[in-house]
Every structure is written in structure tokens, then in C-alpha cells.
Design a protein around this ligand. Structure first.
Ligand SMILES: [Zn+2]
Length: 320
């Protein structure tokens, strides 16, 4: 059995009959199906791999945006790290310098320095690598900020100690209403011997009984130096400072007593080798007498200081 078709034969100029067997037909059908299958595979491949669906397109755009966001975040961390470094530099060079303290040890400030895993300097483009880098930077920033916080705690402690030290260094005038020095520090004529001799303190004329104030916190010394000082008080301030108040008419404190700056410790007098009612005041640093005028700075205006300094520089006769 088979099917026949007619076709035109140009040689004979007549229609001739051609008969197809079932085998031929099946072969043709199979050939057609195979071609169709191959064609559809090509179409499907193109649509899958070369042309994005709207959803894929959206996801791809979203992905790109996220990656851009990660890159921006990475750069933000770099900026934060710069700010943190600046803060550390200020801490080491300014705050700690003010309080005469060593900078925080490197190992304490940067504990991750021993870590061999290094941060990539070039910005990675792969999202997971970017995320990893951001995580690393965030961890480092957290560690250095914690170290910075500890450093500031240390500075707060130093401020407390410094306050105590500043409170123990002579800073005010022993007679608050003194605007002139009768006789200054350095070589002055001795009132009795009439020769130039070192004057180890300053003389401030005042009425007998005028209150004399401690110029810094300290403890009243047991020592009462002689040599014409008369009724004399020495205060030990610590930090290698001492002050001495001579020729007093009366003392208001006892040896061993703790005194604070501005406390009345005695009264002006004319005791010892003295040629008039006055206070002889000395500042001693590391056992050496220094010019007390340089220690007037807390309760004084620049103009008042200028006047006191000028009067103290006259090479006149000491009241002793
Ligand atoms: Zn004197």
C-alpha cells in the first residue's frame, strides 16, 4: 500500500504519477519533527541565555544597585577610618602631650596589627568580597574606637591628677591687695649692712596684722629657719615646691596642718631682722629660691602683673 501524487515531467510534457511508500512518509515526518525540535532548542536557548525576561531584568538591575550601594558603604568606612585616625593623632599629640603622658602603646591601640589577613587596598567588584571587606573594616573600627574610649578614660584620670598638681603650685599673691613690690628678688641693698646682697624673696609693705594667705595647697612644715626671718612659716606643697612667709606678727596655723590656697596662715609683722612692717615671701623650687613674682598669675590682671613686675625690678633697699 502507498499514496500517489502527480507531478509534471518537463521532458515528456505530461503529468506522471509517483507513488510513495509508508516508509517514505514516516521518514519525511520524522525528518520534519527532528528539524522542528532542533529549531525549538535553538529558540529556547536564545530566549533563556540571550534575552532577559522582565523579572530577570529587574533582578539584574536590583543586583547592580546593591553592588553600587556596597561600594559606597565601603568608601564610607574608609572615611570613618580617616576620622578615627585623626582622633587618635589628636589624642597622642595634643591631649596626652598636655598632661605629659606617653601616647597609648601601639599594641594596645592596634591589636589587629599582628593579624596577617590584610585589607585589600583596591576596591573589589565582587559583592561577596565587598561584603567581606566591609565586615573587616567595621571590626577594626570597632576595636580602635574601643581603644580610643579607654585612652580618654586615662586622660580623665590624668586631668584629676593635674588638677591636684595645679592646686599645689603657688599661684596667688600672699597679700591679695598688693599691687606693688617694695623690694624685689635678686641683688638688693641690705638695710643694715648697706651692701648689695642677694635678696632671696620679695618684700611687700603692709600694716601690722594684715592677713597673709597660703599661695597653694600644702602642709605646714616643722622647720623654722633662722637668719633673721623672725616668726616664719614654711609650707611644703609637694611637686618640689615650698613657700616661706617671714617677719609675721602672729601665726594662724600649726606645723603638720594641711592648708589650702587662700587660707589665712598668719599676720604681717616686723619680727626678726626687719626695718618695717612687711611680709618677706619666698618660693623655693627643688631647694632653690626663685622669683616669686613669676608665680602670681591666678588672681591678677595683666596690667596689675605688669605694675608688680616693674616695681620688683628696681634695685633698691630691701626691708630684709
Ligand atoms: Zn625680704
Amino acid at each position: 500500500m502507498g499514496r500517489s501524487i502527480y507531478y509534471f515531467n518537463p521532458k515528456t510534457l505530461s503529468f506522471e504519477k509517483k507513488t510513495f511508500s509508508w516508509k517514505d512518509i514516516i521518514k519525511r515526518v520524522l525528518w520534519f519533527l527532528a528539524t522542528a525540535l532542533a529549531f525549538s532548542v535553538v529558540i529556547v536557548w536564545i530566549s533563556f541565555y540571550l534575552i532577559d525576561s522582565p523579572k530577570e531584568l529587574m533582578l539584574r538591575q536590583e543586583n547592580e544597585q546593591l553592588k553600587e550601594e556596597l561600594t559606597r558603604l565601603n568608601k564610607r568606612y574608609d572615611q570613618l577610618a580617616t576620622v578615627a585616625t585623626d582622633l587618635q593623632k589628636r589624642d597622642d599629640n595634643i591631649y596626652r602631650a598636655i598632661f605629659e603622658s606617653e601616647p597609648m602603646p601601639i599594641s594596645e591601640r592596634y591589636p589587629f596589627l599582628g593579624n596577617t589577613q590584610k585589607v585589600n587596598s583596591s576596591t573589589p567588584t565582587d559583592a561577596s568580597a565587598l561584603l567581606e571587606e566591609i565586615h573587616q573594616k567595621a571590626n577594626r573600627l570597632t576595636v580602635s574606637m574601643a581603644a580610643q574610649s579607654r585612652s580618654f578614660d586615662t586622660i580623665v584620670t590624668l586631668i584629676g591628677k593635674k588638677k591636684q598638681m595645679l592646686q599645689s603650685i603657688p599661684a596667688i599673691r600672699p597679700l591679695p591687695n598688693c599691687y606693688e613690690i617694695t623690694s624685689g628678688f635678686g641683688y638688693r641693698y641690705h638695710p643694715i649692712l648697706k651692701v648689695l646682697r642677694p635678696h632671696t624673696g620679695i618684700d611687700i609693705s603692709a600694716k601690722k596684722g594684715t592677713p597673709v594667705y597660703a599661695t597653694a595647697d600644702g602642709v605646714v612644715s616643722k622647720q623654722t629657719p633662722g637668719g633673721g626671718y623672725g616668726n616664719v612659716i614654711v609650707i611644703n606643697h609637694g611637686y618640689s615646691y615650698q613657700t616661706l612667709y617671714a617677719h609675721l606678727s602672729k601665726k594662724a596655723v600649726k606645723p603638720g596642718e594641711h592648708v589650702t590656697r587662700g587660707q589665712v596662715i598668719g599676720y604681717v609683722g616686723n619680727t626678726g631682722l626687719s626695718t618695717g612692717s612687711h611680709l618677706h615671701y619666698e618660693v623655693i623650687k627643688d631647694g632653690v629660691r626663685v622669683n616669686p613674682v613669676h608665680f602670681f598669675f591666678q588672681d591678677i590682671t595683666p596690667e596689675e602683673y605688669e605694675a608688680i613686675l616693674k616695681s620688683s625690678q628696681q634695685v633698691n633697699q630691701a626691708l630684709s
